[in-house]
Design a protein. Structure first.
Length: 387
């Protein structure tokens, strides 16, 4: 009996064609591995639908994140000045995530080897991560207030370097030569942005404010990477599963906490008193003010849908890498929309960031190829034993 591979789905999922040789007659029989429900689902859905779903989530993530950054910059350019309002809109539209939670199917965990975590533990995790998200969003809002959209996006690319470091210490992931190269190159890219005098690009923002914006954005990138590692640790050690519904629930509950924290910050800081004046004095009018805030909130949630979708369809690492890909989209869009200055230093910083991104992607490709080979060897050994 000979077994040939007919279809090779991503991440080791296979469908095999077995030929029972009876003289000149060859009868093809499709075999399905009954030990994996995910394999059956992928065979049913089809390879092209898997790719379609992945591409759709990538578009959601890139378009949502780029639009949110550009709208955030537009809010500040037209007279908006409330950092807490800019922070609030990053999570305020989280109820949008409830729609895919109920409409889209999720894989059910039938494992009985682990008991579900206590409600108190889940509440503590969601509360702690939600507060950290609110603080992270505040840092991002402060950074975008004092930086151009292109500079802000390039600094945000350093989250990959921070992610590699935190994943090494928290999630026990390997630190290879390619990952080290990515960290060094992205650090050099951030250093070029730090010494670049871009303060004149935002109507004469003082150098001191530019430095504050740089530090806040860099700190926000580091905190965001820490949040990803902590979420991954929560999935591994506490929740012990990473299905679509579990990941989406994590997004919803932490966004709820972050939204409440942002509302508290908005009122305790007194910035709520200036919101009416902001709306009246907004450069493009009151309607544009409301639409800008609503559009920013929706754009961030579209981005969140893409993030969650890629985590479910591919992996958390791949989702983070694709979110960083916006560094090649947002700066170009910022030049077109806001006429940001792209001097030689920023171009070199962008090229370095893309190089660091490419080496990170290549390492991910090598790890995935190794995992596929291991899976193929296991499948072949199982087939040989059955023969």
């Amino acid at each position: 009996m000979e077994t040939y591979k007919l279809l090779d789905f991503p991440f080791g999922y296979q469908l095999t064609l077995t030929h029972y040789l009876n003289g000149h007659n060859q009868e093809p029989i499709l075999e399905k591995d009954q030990t994996s429900t995910n394999q059956i689902q992928l065979v049913t859905v089809g390879r092209w639908k898997w790719w379609l779903l992945m591409v759709l989530n990538i578009v959601f993530l890139l378009v949502g994140q780029s639009a949110a950054v550009l709208l955030g910059r537009f809010y500040y350019d037209q007279g908006g000045n409330s950092k807490w309002m800019a922070t609030l809109v990053q999570t305020a539209a989280f109820p949008v995530l409830i729609i895919p939670l109920f409409l889209l199917p999720s894989s059910k965990d039938t494992s009985t080897s682990s008991t579900p975590p206590f409600i108190a533990i889940l509440a503590l995790i969601y509360f702690s991560l939600g507060v950290l998200i609110a603080g992270d969003n505040m840092l991002y809002s402060t950074g975008l207030l004092y930086l151009s959209a292109s500079t802000y996006s390039l600094i945000c690319a350093t989250q990959l370097a921070f992610n590699a470091v935190f994943s090494y210490f928290i999630n026990s992931q390997k630190f290879t030569a390619l990952i080290l190269n990515s960290v060094v190159v992205l650090s050099l890219s951030a250093s070029l942005i730090a010494v670049n005098d871009d303060s004149g690009g935002l109507s004469g923002v003082p150098r001191s404010k530019y430095i504050i914006g740089f530090i806040c954005t860099l700190g926000a990138s580091a905190l965001y990477s820490l949040l990803l590692s902590l979420m991954q640790l929560s999935f591994q050690k506490v929740l012990k599963k990473e299905t679509f519904s579990v990941v989406l629930e994590m997004q919803i509950y932490t966004s709820l906490v972050a939204t409440c924290a942002s509302v508290i910050g908005l009122f305790s800081s007194g910035e709520w008193k200036s919101l009416h004046g902001e709306m009246e004095g907004f450069g493009k009018g009151r309607t544009s003010y409301v639409l800008t805030l609503v559009g920013t909130a929706v754009a961030w949630q579209v981005c969140s849908v893409g993030v969650v979708g890629l985590i479910f369809v591919v992996s958390s690492l791949f989702s983070n890498v694709i979110s960083t890909l916006s560094l090649a989209v947002t700066p170009v869009a910022a030049v077109i929309v806001f006429h940001d200055k792209m001097n030689g230093v920023k171009v070199i910083a962008m090229l370095l960031a893309i190089w660091g991104f490419a080496t990170y992607i290549y390492q991910n490709y090598l790890d995935d190829s190794k995992a596929r080979r291991t899976q193929n060897n296991v499948s072949e050994s199982r087939n040989d034993s059955l023969c």
